[in-house]
Structure formats: C-alpha cells, structure tokens
Design a protein. Structure first.
Length: 194
C-alpha cells in the first residue's frame, strides 16, 4: 500500500480514526460514523478506507485496510447469566464503567434482556468496525462476569432472531464527535479532518 498522506501534528490523537483514499486525494481523521456517511452516498461508495492502527511521535501512521462492507454490519459482546439479579448487577457495573470513561470507543447500544426461561444477557451492540476497540476497552477496564460470554457479528444476528425482551437499555456515545453529513461533505478535500 502506497498512499500519500499529509503530515499531521499530535498523531497519537488519530489512533482509531480513518484515512480515506478518494483516488485523486486522501484525507485523514474520519470517525467510523463519518465513513458510514460517505459509503452511503453513491459518489463515494467505492472509496478505499484505512484504519489508523498506531501513530508515532514522528508522524508515522500504521494503517490497516478495512473492507467497505464492514461498515454495514453490527457486532456485539453478550454476557449471559441465569438470574435477573446477577444480570442487573452486570448491566449496572458495565454502565457505570462506561459512563466514567472519558473517551468511549464507539457508539454502542447497551442492553439488559431476558432471552428465555432463566436466561438473561447484557449486550453491547456496536458497528462491526469497532470490534477491536470495544474488546480492548473491556480488557483495559478488567470487566468480568461469572457466566458465559459470546461475541461477533453472528451473535448479534442470533440475539435479534431470539426476539429478546429488553428490560433496560442505554445508548453509549463515542468520545470523538462526528460531523454532520453537510459539514462532512463541505470539508472532504481537507487533508486533515480534525
């Protein structure tokens, strides 16, 4: 991969954001939501997308190519328990940790649901492109439960297919504000978005 990227100051703040190759030019610093907006438009549906995996003080960026299709999928992590009290405790602890986090990785649906009989789950459902960041966030926060844990794109599909009874829900918001479609389209040719 050989793309030309404008040198950026404070490169470490760009880790987890995206570089978009429009063919004629590139632009650095898009959020996942902003990339979704671009992909939904007919004009930009074929852009090439790279996630900034690491950024170094000298301005060097370590990039990883990302499939455009991943932005149309949801992934998730589900923590199961066999009684409502334990499930509520798991939900409340996870919500408290998330709300105390200064920069949450991605917009995420947090749900406590009753699946069947004595099976309850606490689920985090988020854009599939944020899978690595959410997993790392859970590890960094040392979040643990006593029951089984399942995750991935298929697990979200199975969860929806089970028609769960959602008992509690909370929308978690990414710590990086995204531009509106109008703002985004007016700044596309800027070499650096943030």
């Amino acid at each position: 991969m050989n793309i030309k990227i404008e040198k950026i100051s404070n490169p470490e703040k760009y880790t987890g954001l995206y570089v978009v190759d429009f063919g004629e030019y590139t632009s650095t610093g898009f959020t996942g939501s902003e990339v979704e907006i671009l992909l939904e438009s007919e004009e930009y549906s074929d852009i090439k997308i790279y996630k900034i995996h690491n950024a170094y003080p000298d301005g060097t960026l370590e990039l990883c190519g990302v499939s455009n299709e991943i932005f149309n999928l949801e992934s998730g992590i589900f923590f199961y328990s066999h009684n409502l009290d334990q499930a509520e405790d798991n939900y409340n602890r996870l919500l408290d940790i998330a709300l105390a986090t200064e920069k949450f990785p991605a917009r995420t649906k947090l749900q406590l649901a009753h699946l069947c009989d004595d099976v309850y789950t606490v689920g985090l459902i988020y854009p599939a492109e944020a899978d690595g960041e959410i997993s790392q966030w859970l590890l960094d926060k040392d979040y643990k439960t006593e029951g089984a844990v399942k995750g991935g794109i298929n697990t979200v599909s199975d969860y929806y297919a089970a028609a769960p009874e959602v008992i509690k829900r909370h929308q978690l918001v990414s710590g990086t504000a995204s531009k509106t479609a109008t703002e985004l389209l007016s700044t596309l040719k800027y070499a650096v978005q943030r």
